[in-house]
Design a protein around this ligand. Structure first.
Ligand SMILES: *[C@@H]1O[C@H](CO)[C@@H](O)[C@H](O)[C@H]1NC(C)=O
Ligand SMILES: [Cu+2]
Length: 176
């Protein structure tokens, strides 16, 4: 019994760690519900997002109709020089990790689509940079030493803490 409890405790902790990590790194579905499509106003979507190092982009589209190519620089982006692509994906559900701060350029590789505006520039900020105060909530009062970024991370992780608590309770109840 004692050993089972220990194993369960470890499992719960591992779950907690995974969930927290996953929640801290946000996934941005490109274009929102419209997805990676010609009709989506991609840059206005992007300007409404906060991309932090560690976050992921998910490109959702009809495979075969579009693709995702990453362009090396501003001039390739401006000129839709898809021949200079650094990387190309075409599964229809492509994940790109924003590993570090900086600007990255994406376009559709289908002939003509980039010229029609199916392209997007993404600027990622460092994960520890203070985020703009977008929430006015006063329900969380972080310790004085934590930054705004930390408090927003805390807010993001709150739902996962709930999941962890529920999971732990379920596991513990199943033991007794
Ligand atoms: C942009 O990338 C292209 C293709 O790799 C390269 O030929 C060009 O020199 C680059 N331009 C700048 C301004 O770095
Ligand atoms: Cu396309």
């Amino acid at each position: 019994m004692g050993r089972t409890n220990t194993v369960l405790l470890v499992l719960v902790l591992v779950f907690a760690a995974l969930l927290t990590k996953e929640t801290l790194a946000a996934q941005h579905v490109v274009g929102g519900s419209q997805g990676w499509e010609q009709s989506t106003d991609l840059n206005s979507w992007a300007s409404g997002q906060k991309f932090k190092a560690g976050d992921q982009l998910v490109f959702k589209y009809t495979s075969g109709l579009h693709s995702v190519v990453e362009l090396p620089n501003e001039s390739a982006y401006k000129g839709c020089d898809t021949g200079s692509a650094l990387d190309s994906k075409s599964s229809g559900s492509d994940v790109v990790k924003l590993t570090k701060a900086g600007t990255r350029y994406f376009a559709c590789g289908t002939s003509g689509h980039c010229d029609q505006g199916m392209k997007m520039k993404i600027t990622t900020v460092d994960g520890n940079a203070p985020s703009s105060p977008s929430s006015s909530s006063s329900d969380a009062s972080p310790p004085a030493s934590t930054s705004a970024a930390a408090s927003s991370s805390f807010l993001h992780s709150a739902p996962s803490l709930f999941v962890i608590a529920a999971l732990s309770a379920t596991l513990l109840l199943s033991v007794f």
